[in-house]
Structure formats: C-alpha cells, structure tokens
Write a protein that binds this ligand. Sequence first.
Ligand code: ZN
Length: 177
Amino acid sequence: MALRDLHLLGSPVLRQRGAEVAQVDAAVRRLIDDLFETMDAANGVGLAANQVGVATRVAVVGTEEDRFAMVNPVIVSAEGRDRAEEGCLSIPDAFGEVTRPGRVVLEALDQNGAPFRREAEGLLARAIQHEIDHLDGILFIDHLGALKRQFLVARWKRDHKGEGLIKTVKPERARPE
Ligand SMILES: [Zn+2]
C-alpha cells in the first residue's frame, strides 16, 4: 500500500468522467488499498480515484458506520432530502451546505469484483453520493448556489495561492516497524 498525492481544485482530472472498470484486477485492488490508506491519512470519509489522478470509476467510503470500496457504483434509488455541511479533500478548508437525498440504494462491485447492493442513510449516504459525483467530474461546490460557489472558490484560490494542484498526504503518525 502507498499514499497517493491528492489532486486539488483546478486539476483537470477532477472534471473528467471516470472510465468504467472492465475487470477488477490486481491493479484495481492496489488502487483501492491506496485510496483507503490515503483517505485515512487525510482524515476523510471518502475518496475517489479522480482525486488521486486516476479517471476510473473506483472510490472508497469510510464512516463510523461502515467502510467499503465501490467499483462502477450506481445509485439505483434515492429518496428524501437532507441538508448538511460538506467538505472535500480536494478543496481543503472549504465547506458548504449541500442538499441531497437522505437515503440511497447503491449497486457496485466490491474489491473482488463481486456485485453488491447496499442501503445507506445519513453521513454514509452523503459520502457515497459525494464520491460518485467525483467519478462524474462533479464537485460538492457545484451543488451550491452560484453566488455562494463563486465566493467560496475565490476565497479558496486566494488562500491557497501558489500551492499547486497536487498535495502530498503525510502519514497520520509514525508506523511501527
Ligand atoms: Zn470530495
């Protein structure tokens, strides 16, 4: 496993639609392992392949409730409305209130290529939808009103000026040998 660099707002890969995964092979499993490790080190609740520079339909989520990988994920049903604050590892320090369905049913392949179906609500449902958005080149700021988005992006660009579009994630703590 390895930590991967995060792509930040402005990196073109964040606006690409990820390609369907034809086969869950060793390379995809390695990507999944790396996504989990990078998500944990960055204290995230989800991470999509686009965010580490790979435009392919693979993402991971991890909340207190559950933790799993999603390959070629699809929301097959959604209901309710839930409004809560969201952030994104690709837009550090920026937050905004996003309204999304509060309950979703997800279908995807797992890290072994086996199909699964999962119902989720609350934070987990939100994380699933946020990550699938990434695979379609959509960021949480796209769900904000135009004025709010412009304000947030302008402030973010000002605060992160000169930092580049790639961020190296540092290990959370020294690992025992
Ligand atoms: Zn994100």
